[in-house]
Design a protein around this ligand. Structure first.
Ligand code: PNS
Length: 174
């Protein structure tokens, strides 16, 4: 049986923390869908297509950042978008029985547990919470955007395609 997992999030933009969770999920499952989800409670900096492109451009360079994905013979990674509708329905469509989420602290766990219960209730999909690597435990997409907008260096937190994209969009924010 092929074990398929979905790793959903806003990824606005992708951080090293996200990349690390995706790589660790790829070692646990045969197929992992990194799913860029439209979150109606957030106004994204990047379009879904741009976020997908940033993930795609960052993955081949993951090893440069100390993140290692298993070979494609061992696990398939798919990057996809969900611009509306339930995550549970997406899981059902692609045959996924597991959702993967990265958690940095207790606040993240408190946020994730009710969603995990809803997704299990709606579609029998289990959620696996993976603790973030301590080196990335304080990094979030929103903090990274703020630092970049104020002219700070974000190279320690995000892959170089994201550094460039943030620099390009930050010009209009200063
Ligand atoms: O990176 P984020 O913004 O914290 O990700 C949140 C996300 C996109 C995973 C969450 O908003 C979500 O699950 N959206 C899908 C809509 C859905 O199915 N909601 C009901 C069950 S929680």
């Amino acid at each position: 049986m092929t074990r398929i997992a979905v790793y959903p999030g806003s990824f606005d933009p992708l951080t090293f923390g996200h990349l690390d969770i995706a790589a660790r999920a790829a070692r646990l499952f045969d197929e992992v869908h990194i799913l860029v989800v439209h979150n109606p409670s957030k106004t994204p900096r990047f379009s879904s297509e741009e976020r997908v492109e940033l993930i795609r451009a960052s993955m081949p360079e993951a090893a440069r950042y100390g993140v290692s994905f298993p070979s494609s013979a061992h696990s398939k990674v798919i990057i996809d978008t969900l611009d509306g509708g339930l995550l549970a329905d997406y899981c059902h469509r692609v045959g996924a029985s597991v959702l993967v989420k990265g958690v940095r602290n207790g606040v993240d766990i408190d946020y994730e547990v009710p969603m995990a219960r809803v997704n299990r209730d709606l579609a029998g999909v289990e959620t696996v919470l993976i603790p973030a690597d301590p080196s990335q435990g304080f990094v979030s997409s929103s903090l990274v955007k703020q630092v970049a907008d104020l002219g700070g260096s974000v190279e320690k937190y995000v892959p170089s395609p994201v550094v460039r994209a943030l620099a390009a969009t930050a010009k209009n924010q200063k």
